[in-house]
Write a protein that binds this ligand. Structure first.
Ligand code: NAP
Length: 334
């Protein structure tokens, strides 16, 4: 078990003292953890990299429904090495290489604390930057495909927005589980990546008429499951593309949209939302263990698109909400 002295350490972290533009992300050199001792199920991790997710930009700007108390250290996802563990932690031990999707103290930092249920071991073949890319993207993709989407071998899935964090994870997991995978991306680099990750067909969502191409690829039957990363643009088209008894799983949406509900009625199709933070502790722990097995036994691994230094956190935030994705945005925490 960690001692109070260990948790009294000082380290570098990105801090936010006021909500606003990316420039409010400032590196501080002598940050401490808000705990004196580790709780029984706590894991202290020396992060080497942090995953940068769109939600952290919404929170930083102050317009998200659930805002942290100021000041705070952003980030839920990290990759690093276990430093010490609480008295009741059994799954990991000091020295283990791990990823977390649930930093309790903020992962844009050299050190942080997670509950054991949100920590998974990563194989030696996986870099810390890749480990930092596991968290929210893979857990969300898993929930969208298998918990809410009822994805299974033999079904067809469209990953609408397949080139980013959630999309690349969804393509790999769907392919691994025997699904027919269609993906979209707006750049040739993104489409090449999605093809390399195992998609059977890839389309350009910036090209007029691409939804007709998708329908032709399904012999006009439509798609069993649509993992939708931009519902504010695509939900109406999805309702037209979904198959009989299909499911549209809304993962991302940045605004309102209008759809023709008759497209859902005649196919008895379903629209279902995903909110990772609404998952139960047990659901998250179950998907974490399954993902740990997948990483240990398959070639599924996160794709890092661009790595930024801690001082460049503002640029990382700009990059994560820009279009033209080809993998995950991460922060290096040396
Ligand atoms: P990301 O890495 O920034 O990727 C964004 C993806 O959206 C890219 O693949 C991008 O493709 C694609 N995209 C852009 N315009 C599109 C369009 N018109 N049609 C289809 N796709 C389009 O973000 P992420 O981490 O994967 O997250 C994706 C979305 O899900 C974000 O809105 C995020 O906030 C949300 N999210 C929600 C949850 C949840 O619990 N509900 C969890 C995680 C993420 P190109 O760049 O190739 O155009």
């Amino acid at each position: 078990m960690a001692s109070g002295r260990q948790l009294a350490m000082r380290f570098r972290a990105v801090r936010v003292h006021e909500f606003g533009a990316p420039s409010v992300l400032k590196v501080e050199d002598s940050v401490s953890l808000p705990f004196d001792q580790l709780g029984a199920k706590h894991v202290l991790i020396r992060y080497r990299a942090a995953g940068v997710n769109p939600v952290e930009t919404y929170q930083r700007s102050g317009v998200y429904a659930a805002l942290p108390s100021l000041p705070y250290t952003p980030g839920k996802d990290g990759g690093g090495v276990v430093e010490s563990v609480g008295a009741d932690v059994t799954h990991v031990k000091p020295g283990d290489r791990v990823a977390t999707f649930g930093s309790l103290t903020g992962s844009y930092a050299q050190y942080g604390v997670s509950d054991e249920s949100t920590v998974i071991k990563i194989p030696d073949s996986m870099s810390f930057e890749q480990g930092a890319s596991v968290g929210i993207p893979y857990t969300t993709a898993y929930r969208a495909l298998f918990v809410k989407g009822a994805g299974a071998a033999g079904k067809t899935v469209l990953v609408h927005g397949a080139s980013g964090g959630v999309g690349t994870a969804a393509v790999q997991l769907a392919r691994l589980r025997g699904m027919t995978v269609l993906g979209t991306a707006s750049t040739s680099e993104g489409r090449d990546l999605v093809t390399r990750l195992g998609a059977h067909r890839v389309f350009d969502h910036s090209k007029p008429g691409y939804t007709d191409e998708i329908m032709r690829a399904t012999d006009n039957k439509g798609v069993d499951i649509i993992v939708e990363n931009a519902a504010h643009i695509n939900l109406g088209a999805d309702a037209a593309m979904v198959a009989q008894n299909g499911r549209i799983v809304v993962v991302g949406s940045r605004g309102e949209v209008s759809i023709d509900p008759r497209n859902l009625m005649r196919k008895e199709a379903m629209v279902v939302g995903v909110m990772l933070f609404a998952a139960t502790v047990q659901e998250l722990a179950d998907s974490a263990r399954d993902l740990e097995d997948i990483f240990a036994t398959s070639n599924v691994a996160p794709v890092v698109g661009e790595t930024f230094a801690m001082n460049d956190a503002p640029r990382a935030h700009e990059a994560v909400i820009a279009n033209a994705k080809a993998g995950k945005i991460v922060l290096a925490l040396d």
